[in-house]
Design a protein around this ligand. Structure first.
Ligand SMILES: [Zn+2]
Length: 130
C-alpha cells in the first residue's frame, strides 16, 4: 500500500492509497467477511477502488493505474462517493447515481468555466454591474 495523495472533500481530508494485487484481495476478503455495503465495484464484475467513509480513505487497486483514463474514472467515482457522503446526500451508496455524477462533474465544470468566461466578457463590455 502506497499513499499517493490527499484531497479535501468539503472540509474533510481523505487520503488516497494505491494497493497492490495481494493487498487489495485481502481488503476485499475482509470487507466480505464484515459484509460492508460500501465496498462496491467501480464497474460490473470488478473492484478497482473503494471509499472507506469511516477511516476517510480512498483505496485504488494498482492494476487500474496502468490505464490512466481508467484510473481517473475510478478515482472520480470514489471521490464522488466521499463527496455525497460528506454532504449528507442519501445517494452516497447508490452506485448508478455515483457513477453518473462522476461522469457529469467534468462536464459541469467545463460549462461553469464557459459561463464564467461569458460573464468576464460582459463585464469588460460594461453590460454587467461589478
Ligand atoms: Zn462505487
Amino acid at each position: 500500500m502506497r499513499k499517493i495523495g490527499k484531497v479535501d472533500i468539503v472540509g474533510t481530508p481523505y487520503t488516497i492509497y494505491l494497493y497492490e494485487e495481494g493487498e487489495f484481495k485481502a481488503l476485499q476478503d475482509d470487507a466480505k467477511e464484515r459484509d460492508e455495503r460500501y465496498l462496491q465495484p467501480a464497474k460490473e464484475g470488478s473492484l478497482d477502488g473503494y471509499c472507506d467513509y469511516m477511516s476517510k480513505e480512498i483505496r485504488i487497486y494498482n492494476d487500474s493505474f496502468t490505464d490512466i483514463k481508467y484510473f481517473e474514472m475510478t478515482l472520480r467515482h470514489e471521490i464522488s462517493h466521499a463527496f455525497l457522503y460528506e454532504i449528507g446526500n442519501s445517494n452516497y451508496d447508490n452506485e448508478e447515481f455515483v457513477d453518473k455524477l462522476s461522469k457529469w462533474v467534468p462536464q459541469i465544470a467545463y460549462i461553469f468555466q464557459r459561463a464564467e468566461a461569458c460573464l468576464k466578457i460582459k463585464k469588460a463590455l460594461g453590460d454587467v454591474d461589478a
